[in-house]
Design a protein around this ligand. Sequence first.
Ligand code: SAH
Length: 462
Amino acid sequence: MLVSLTSTTPVATDLGHLLHKHPDRVRSVDVGFGRAHVFYPEATPQRCTATTYVEVDPFGRTRHRQHRRAQGLEPYLNDRPYAASSMLSVALGRLFRTALNGTCEARPELVGQSLDLEVGLPVVPVRGGQQLLRRLFEPLGYDVDCSSIALDTEFPAWGDSRHVSARLAGRQTVRSALEHLYVLLPVLDDNKHYWIGPDEVDKLLSRGGDWLGSHPESDLIARRYLRLPDYTREALARLADTGEDSDLLDTQRDAAEQATEAPLRLGEQRLEAVLEVVRSVGAGSVLDLGCGEGRLLERLIVEPAVTRAVGVDVSVGALNRAEKRLRLENMSERRRERVQLLQGALTYTDSRLRGFDVATVVEAVEHLDPDRLDVFAEVVFGHVSASTVVLTTPNREYNQNFEQLDSRGLRHEDHRFEWTRAEFEAWAGGMAERFGYSVEISAVGPVDPVCGPPTQMAVFSR
Ligand code: SAH
């Protein structure tokens, strides 16, 4: 995928200073889903073009078995390598961070200077067609010249694709032009490839704070960029607050501060939700089935009420990592007695697994082959038989909001299945009835109005 930025204001090669990329060199960086390159096909005092080219790693996209299974050929045949999508926006953010922050050490006087700029987007996916492209860029001072791209020139009857070829021309600072692209490319595409977390609001405000508030399409931009209504409302409220320059500065400072504070990640939210259940039933002993590296155990052992926490996992490697994380060898004798790691399987009865107040199964059930689920249920509900069982698992419907490339390190690779909300509800309800529990299902993480939450949690009690 390509985007080019051309300056025709002499001395046009100043563009190199502004972008912090020398016109004589090619610069390349890794961007998680592939590599991004910047180079200058032309660099004269009259006209200078910096082209950003992103190569998407096709194996990165097809690595996940679950994804392949769920979506047929889509992981192999898609527009991502060619179309200027949210991935390009991420690449621009990575390559031109200094320029986006308005810094140019060599020539600080250039930063505020408006130049005659042209932006070339040979293939940009647009949900809403050329009209939308105009509605987004014209109010920002661009002349928009665009043409549609046929789905297949051999079959004209198939009509146009959702892709457009566009050229935008306007007098802009380089910083603004980059900000416009950074925010609006994902908005045009409306198919963000990555997980949308709370820090997205800050990102939007830090890149759009100067122009988004007065943009006639600010609602649509915030809605598509952030996708979740709560975030959209927050962003619009914060934008509305930025009537005066000092307010704007405050907002940007807040945004910067919040961005440095680690945003609450889904993994944390999940553990916190599980801990809440442990606390609410006043559990003294907890069995963590499929404990992995011991993230939950680490928190359980500092819970005042918990006097016994046992983690079980089939993987020796995971148990070794858990041992390190918990610093078992440096633990005082008294603490040491309260925590234990066992190698074992979720599909075998084992007398060491009995006699706990709460059993937890966090993001582990989807690692079992579906034909082992009945045995697993016999073990967890029949044999372990804790009075409370907490089980979390992904909600498959939510996946469309995720970065399909797994750049956040989510382990999809070993998932044998993922349930929709209805499938999970049906399974959990069936198990509750069979083993004499009542069950309550709740959401963990930001709830998408259509797809639901990223994680679903069932609490079985008896
Ligand atoms: N609960 C942890 C780990 C989740 S990853 C957390 O939330 O961080 C799933 C874990 O389940 C892995 O550590 C894997 O080794 C374990 N697992 C997969 N199949 C298993 C089985 N049949 N028996 C026991 N553990 C299993």
